[in-house]
Design a protein around this ligand. Structure first.
Ligand code: NAD
Ligand code: UFG
Length: 346
């Protein structure tokens, strides 16, 4: 396999970071991975190695630790690009602990950008979120839809990080920035060797659903069936995590390809283009796995967006990226991962 270049992946043992590391290695990149393991496990590296045959160079460091980041860039002068996943991501927790979120999610980007500038690394791909759109007026939502006031400190950190990246580019620092706005990443690698590792009681739909199907939780609560949607439950755009990981590889290809002369700052929606309701998702899971999901309708969750799904045409046309995996296969992969996790815990 030819080597394309070296990429620093922050949050590399996390859910999306681990899947992206696999896709980068399989595409011929060398990965230097860092994580403080605040929300992931070192064993993830075993899964990555089992899938790819390569164990990425790994540093257990905090992204906010300037001297540790400086040391990584010094040790690896071949780092050509950075994918910045490392962040705290629990919306509810961010409301309780805003300073933790602002410190962790804002400072880490600043520390990285400064180190990149010192070492002449220009390319960075940033994990943003469709949360920046709030409830869009027009669906499917395109990248030029207005950014709306954030509903949580977590959402606000994504907006501010997007602005920081915009401002450094406007200031003329020669960065190449791609901001990827993810819709709802779900599922796991088809090998079931890596996946999402929620700590404690899951706050997101899919881990709660698979834990309920596995009998770990008694019942899934569906937050509201009185929304202005066909079946009354909220609608999201659920994107397969491996598809999402592949979008990062294409983004990195793009920022490293000087011949492309791409703009210094680009933003892409990464979603399927299809909205799926909570009730439809539960039904599809039950159909494709044959496993029932006990659930009940409860009241709305505060701060929930009623419905949002992506217009992914820009990513389709400019990055050459397409969501490939069906919802059925994605839900099967989420279930296979849950079954494996439960077996491991026996
Ligand atoms: P994750 O928690 O699984 O991964 C993030 C990783 O970063 C974890 O392994 C954690 O230990 C690490 N980390 C956190 N702070 C760190 C720090 N200061 N230094 C070093 N490591 C640190 O989350 P994920 O789902 O893989 O999300 C990755 C990125 O994508 C995050 O920026 C998140 O905000 C963003 N995002 C996620 C979703 C989603 O639904 N999963 C949606 C939109 C955007
Ligand atoms: N839901 C339930 N029951 C649950 C959990 C969720 O009915 O137990 C519903 C929610 O009301 C929502 C849908 O399932 O309608 C999806 O909820 P998630 O919590 O899984 O995802 P969100 O769309 O609320 O938010 C997620 C991430 C955010 C990110 C956003 C957009 O948590 O960090 O996607 O990428 F910003």
């Amino acid at each position: 396999m030819s080597t394309k270049g070296t990429i620093l992946v922050t949050g590399g043992t996390g859910y999306i970071g681990s899947h992206t590391t696999v896709e980068l290695i399989q595409a011929g990149y060398k990965v230097v991975s860092l994580d403080n393991l605040s929300n992931s496990n070192i064993n993830v590296l075993d899964g990555i190695e089992a899938i790819t045959g390569t164990r990425p160079v790994f540093y257990q460091v905090d992204c906010n630790d300037e001297s540790a980041i400086e040391e990584i860039f010094t040790n690896h002068p071949d780092i050509q690009g950075v994918i910045h996943f490392a962040a705290s991501k629990a919306v509810g927790e961010s409301v309780q602990k805003p300073l933790l979120y602002y410190r962790n999610n804002l400072l880490s980007l600043i520390v990285l950008l400064e180190a990149m500038q010192r070492h002449g690394t220009t390319g960075i791909v940033f994990s943003s979120s469709c949360t920046v759109y709030g409830q869009p007026e027009v669906l499917p939502v395109t990248e030029d839809a207005p950014v709306q006031e954030a509903l949580s400190p977590y959402g606000n950190t994504k907006q501010i990080n997007e602005e920081i990246l915009r401002d450094v580019v406007y200031a003329g620092v020669p960065y190449k920035v791609i901001r990827l706005r993810y819709f709802n990443p779900i599922g796991a690698h088809p090998s079931a060797l890596i996946g999402e590792l929620p700590l404690g009681v899951p706050q997101n739909l899919i881990p709660y659903l698979t834990q309920t199907a596995a009998g770990i939780r008694q019942e899934l609560s569906v937050f509201g069936d009185d929304y202005d949607t066909p079946d009354g439950s909220c609608i999201r755009d659920y994107i397969n995590v491996v598809d999402l990981a592949r979008a990062h590889v294409l983004a990195v290809d793009r920022i490293l390809d000087e011949a492309k002369k791409s703009p210094a700052l680009e933003t892409f929606n990464i979603g399927t283009g299809r909205g799926v309701s909570v009730l439809e998702l539960i039904r599809t899971f039950e159909e494709v796995t044959g496993v029932p999901v006990p659930h009940k309708i409860v009241g709305r969750r505060e701060g929930d967006i009623e419905q949002v799904w992506a217009d992914p045409s820009l990513a389709n046309n400019v990055l050459g990226w397409q969501a490939r995996e069906s919802l059925a296969d994605t839900l099967r992969s989420a279930w296979a991962w849950q079954v494996r996790l439960k077996e491991q815990q026996k």
